[in-house]
Design a protein around this ligand. Sequence first.
Ligand code: SF4
Ligand code: SF4
Ligand code: SF4
Length: 297
Amino acid sequence: MCDHCLKHGTAGKWYLNARNYTTEVLDDINIDEDFLKEFLLEQYKTFESMQVRKLAGFSAVGLGYKIKIPIIGRITKYFAEKMLHSEKSKFNPFQAEGHIGQVVPLDDAIAILENCVDENTIIMKYCMCRFQTRAEKEACCINFGIMSDIIDKLPRFIPEPEDSKYRLTKEEAIEKFTEFNQKGYIGTIWYGAYPYINNLCACKTPECAGFGPRLNFGIKSIFMAEYLVENNPDNCQGCKRCITMCQFGAINFNEDTKRSEIDHSKCYGCGVCVYACRFDALSIIDRQVIPTLAGKY
Ligand code: SF4
Ligand code: SF4
Ligand code: SF4
């Protein structure tokens, strides 16, 4: 259980607490709804330039090089994480302050949609990370709450009718998210901004701006899931389908046993491989059952 779960969780998980999806939770850090609306509007108006903005005073340009410089690298990483994990009540819309997420497998994403989200506010919008990096418009970000109030002022995020319906029912959102999972997209849930939750994303690497800092520079911009995956070698047929689906290189093929093997240290617990396996050889387990990885997100 992480600090966020201890402070904001229910059933051991911060993202399964329905209160975190209501504006009531804003009282905890003394911000009002109008301020959050303004903040999100300003942030999304200029979202495309986010990756070249400063990370807590350090330009994000050439970040990989800076991170390698002794001491400077450690300082940069420290301030970048401090900014992303910020719990302060005044956010700067020109930085990704208080914007932290966690990987969620399909079952938890369904639980979020079923139990925590206000159905009247569910929308589907274009993924800006894919647009920024590949100029590709794909409707796969599910938003709710305040985002639903401000999206009309951000028309370029609204999908064309041929790409997706814009306002979704719970059933439609669950159906869409299940489709994304089958495509191999990683489910992620985000504070936006802390402690208010408004984004359920279906991400891809390397496009995702949330995974980039973590995978490229070791900055904790997103947490691994509460879960890991384990392999049942008796069922494994060695088809390698799971290996092609894993976006983190966490599954290896053992040439001696002709079976796949999970490298738990690399596994983000997204569960994509579980649904990809046709032989029931993979299952999701609680991260806490592996002592060396318990509490390590
Ligand atoms: S976090 Fe994921 S789904 Fe959301 S905008 Fe980025 S890549 Fe797209
Ligand atoms: S998809 Fe299933 S059967 Fe195929 S290699 Fe992976 S675990 Fe084994
Ligand atoms: S091995 Fe882990 S990270 Fe890779 S697809 Fe499976 S659950 Fe996701």
